[in-house]
Design a protein around this ligand. Structure first.
Ligand SMILES: C[S@@+](CC[C@H](N)C(=O)[O-])C[C@H]1O[C@@H](n2cnc3c(N)ncnc32)[C@H](O)[C@@H]1O
Length: 219
């Protein structure tokens, strides 16, 4: 695959990476997080689901416990969030999750083989509500091309958001891609149940409507 699928000077979809950490979070970064970090050429023997922007990791840890026959790769740029997920995994003794700390675009480009994903989840991505910031939204044409190149035939892409205009744009983007279908093909991977996430609850309190959009990559 040519390097050109990866946008050369991509506008970042996130504003913060670090942030102030408590002593407990610092300890988790040093002593717990390393054992869960994804490294290039990691081999997993279960279907691999990429969860982009897991926040503090509560919904991902919940799914990992519910689906022991699935392997999860969580990508997050927010270090306290990555440390929190690692702590949850250790507490619950879950071994079917790896964490990629950093920008998911770099993870895909440098550490994940093409056609390796059985599914991709993007739950409540940063909405960047101001019009002049829409270019920072994660799911757009260039990033979709990257994702599709890393998905297996039959893999799903599950997007959820409480921002109506983001959902409309994503719906239109996905509908314009001939490789994708809104109906699961016979051998398509089933999507996973998800619990209510922290940002979802915030959206509900604000009176937003939650929308889940799911497509599958054709065989
Ligand atoms: C609004 S939060 C949603 C968190 C969680 N999914 C939930 O629903 O509670 C979006 C998360 O995506 C992360 N994020 C944004 N761009 C990212 C990127 N390019 N790579 C990895 N994580 C990213 C942010 O750091 C943030 O924690």
């Amino acid at each position: 695959m040519s390097e050109s699928i990866y946008p050369p000077r991509r506008i970042k979809s996130f504003a913060r990476c670090a942030g102030r950490m408590t002593p407990a979070q610092k300890l988790a970064v040093e002593s717990v997080l390393p054992q869960y970090l994804w490294v290039k050429d990691t081999v997993v023997d279960k279907p691999l689901i990429l969860d982009i922007g897991f926040g503090m990791g509560h919904s991902l840890a919940w799914q990992a416990a519910q689906y022991p026959h699935t392997h999860f790769l969580g990508a997050e740029v927010f270090l306290p969030g990555a440390a929190r997920l690692a702590t949850l995994l250790e507490e619950k003794q879950l071994s079917n999750v790896h964490i990629a700390y950093g920008d998911v675009v770099l993870l895909l480009k440098e550490q994940l083989p093409l056609h390796s994903l059985a599914g991709v989840q993007i739950f409540f991505p940063d909405p960047w509500p101001k019009k002049r910031h829409h270019k920072r939204r994660l799911l757009q044409t260039d990033f979709l091309d990257v994702l599709l190149a890393h998905m297996k035939p039959g893999a799903f892409l599950h997007f959820a958001s409480d921002w109506a205009d983001y959902c409309l744009a994503v719906q239109a983007l996905l509908a314009s891609c001939p490789k994708l279908s809104f109906k699961r093909p016979s051998s398509g991977v089933e999507i996973l149940e998800r619990p209510k996430t922290r940002y979802e609850n915030r959206g509900v309190v604000q009176g937003h409507v939650i929308e889940d959009i799911v497509v599958w990559l054709g065989e």
